[in-house]
Write a protein that binds this ligand. Structure first.
Ligand code: AKB
Length: 316
């Protein structure tokens, strides 16, 4: 068996830097290559890094061969709100890059591939509360369409070619180290930054818009737990529902006010309201819990304290 060497694609995004650190802890800094289309920022400057445009298939293959990569985490994508501004490009980037990675996995015998799906793969006629693993999926955003199609491709590559590809349907992810990049759940990150720095926030979703959410360290844990699980425990090869909490803007604002009493919030819903309204309010993730032991650690209260404490230490 070849020594594990990991490549992260899209490591400069919201989840990428923290996942890179998690992988350093498991495999050592020398065996993890972070990559992104941009120059390395922050913590990524401390490890091995390659500038990579994942749409350049030849360069991707060359890099995989040169570093003798055995595992790929492919995180690069246009998210739900940004995707709506250029649907054709969102389709091309999200789908072609996934296919390049799956083709590489097959041709170069990669041991494992990770690719994120999202709650965006669900749609307006999906049951909204405790959305089951297997249910109606009728996404309305181009991002959601690419996630649903991507799930089918992942399962296809597993069934037809035996590629060990694993995936999670992420809810909104909330962290303080890197800003989010063009999603509908971004309000739940921005609200903490604004609470610390400006004591006021104007939310682009209505106060009672419930969405499934997860604190960053739980998202990293879920990803690594899934990827480290024995293959036979990974029984779903499209993508697993994973969940930690569900809240609406009014609830997170009230939780922040317990710690920052002067904090105020106003509401000006925009085009992202329709996207949020088409998504589940909460997620049933029993298969992930039963198959490979998923457990979350952070609820709204614990996460609020972590976010506010850490952001208060970061210079604006
Ligand atoms: C988005 O809002 O687009 C993402 C997601 C839920 O996948 N955070």
């Amino acid at each position: 068996m070849k020594k594990t060497k990991v490549l992260l694609i899209g490591a400069g995004g919201q989840l990428g830097a923290e996942l890179t650190q998690g992988l350093w802890r498991i495999y050592g800094q020398d065996n993890v290559i972070a990559s992104d289309i941009k120059d390395p920022q922050g913590i990524l400057k401390e490890g091995r890094y390659e500038k990579l445009d994942v749409m350049q298939r030849d360069k991707l293959f060359e890099l995989l061969k040169r570093h003798e990569i055995t595992q790929v985490y492919h995180l690069a994508a246009l998210l739900s709100a940004t995707g709506e501004k250029d649907p054709r490009w969102a389709w091309k980037l999200n789908m072609e890059s996934l296919l390049f990675v799956l083709e590489a996995a097959l041709e170069l015998n990669l041991h494992k591939v990770y690719w994120p799906s999202s709650i965006a793969a669900f749609g307006p006629t999906t049951p909204k509360g405790n959305t089951p693993q297997d249910t109606i999926m009728d996404p309305t955003t181009v991002y959601g369409i690419t996630k649903l199609a991507g799930e089918r491709w992942c399962e296809y590559y597993f069934r037809r070619y035996g590629v060990d590809v694993r995936s999670l349907r992420y809810p909104g992810i909330i962290g303080w180290k890197t800003p989010p990049g063009g999603g509908t759940t971004d309000y739940a990150v921005d609200i903490f930054f604004k609470a610390i720095r400006e004591k006021t926030y104007t939310c682009f979703l209505a106060p009672d818009t419930y969405l499934p959410m997860m604190y960053m360290s739980d998202a990293v844990k879920a990803t690594l737990d899934l990827m480290e699980a024995p293959a036979e425990q990974v029984k779903i090869r499209s993508s697993y529902n994973v969940s930690a909490m569900s809240f609406c803007p009014a609830q997170v604002a009230a939780t922040i006010q317990k710690h920052v009493p002067e904090f105020t919030i106003a509401y000006q819903p925009d085009f992202r309201q329709a996207i949020a309204d088409s998504w589940p309010k909460s997620i049933d993730d029993r298969p992930a819990r039963e198959h490979w032991g998923w457990r979350h650690q952070f609820g709204l209260e614990e996460m609020t304290i972590e976010m506010l404490t850490n952001l208060a230490r970061v210079p604006a």
